[in-house]
Design a protein around this ligand. Sequence first.
Ligand SMILES: C[S@@+](CC[C@H](N)C(=O)[O-])C[C@H]1O[C@@H](n2cnc3c(N)ncnc32)[C@H](O)[C@@H]1O
Length: 199
Amino acid sequence: MGIEIIKKFAKENNVPIMHDEGINFLMEFIKENNIKSILEIGSAIGFSSIMMANVNSNIIVDTIELDKERYDIALKNIKYFNLENRISIYNLDALDFKSNKKYDLIFIDGPKAQYNKHFHYFKNNLNENGYFIFDNINFHGMVDNPELTKNRNTKALVRKIKTFREGMLNSDYDVRYYKEIGDGIMVVSKKNSEIISLF
Ligand SMILES: C[S@@+](CC[C@H](N)C(=O)[O-])C[C@H]1O[C@@H](n2cnc3c(N)ncnc32)[C@H](O)[C@@H]1O
C-alpha cells in the first residue's frame, strides 16, 4: 500500500485532505527551511503528517485530530508507514492540547472558523525563527467572491477567513500570501526571521 491508497480512501469517503499543489508546497518549504519539528492542527487520516514526516528522517510531527474515527484511521496509517516513532497523534480538540514545546513549523489545517483563535493559542509554541502555515486562505475562491455561495453559514465562515487574512496582512508579522497556490496558502513568521522564498 502506498500513499495513493490513503488519497483514494479520502476521496471515496469525503475526507478533506490537502491537494497536490498545497502538499508539494508544504514539503518543499520544510526541505528548504530545514524544518525539524512540526505541530499540525487537523490530522484527518494522517495524509499530510505522513507526507511531512517523509521529507526527512529527522523530522518529528505532533498532530491533533478531534474526530475519533479519523484519529483511529490516522493511527493505523502512521503505523503502516512505520512512523509511530516520529509522528505522535492526539485525539483532542486543538484548544485542549497543552504543551510548552516549541516547534519550527505550526501547520494549521483544522476548522477554518478558528484560524484566529488557533493562531493566538499556539503562538507561544513557535520557535523564535519558526513559521505558521495556513491552508485554504481563499476558501475555494469565496473569500474574494462571496457571491459564489448562497449558504448563510458558508458566508459567515468566508467573512471570518477574510477578516483573519486581512488582520494578518496588516499585522506586525512577516506574512507571505501565496494566492495562486492550491486554495491559498499563508506563511507567517516573526519579523526578521528569514523565510527562504520558494518563488
Ligand atoms: C482539512 S482536514 C485536515 C487534513 C489533513 N491536514 C491532510 O491534509 O491530510 C481538517 C481536520 O480538522 C479536524 N478538526 C476539526 N475541528 C478540530 C478541532 N477543534 N481540533 C482538532 N481537529 C479538528 C477535522 O475533523 C478534520 O479531520
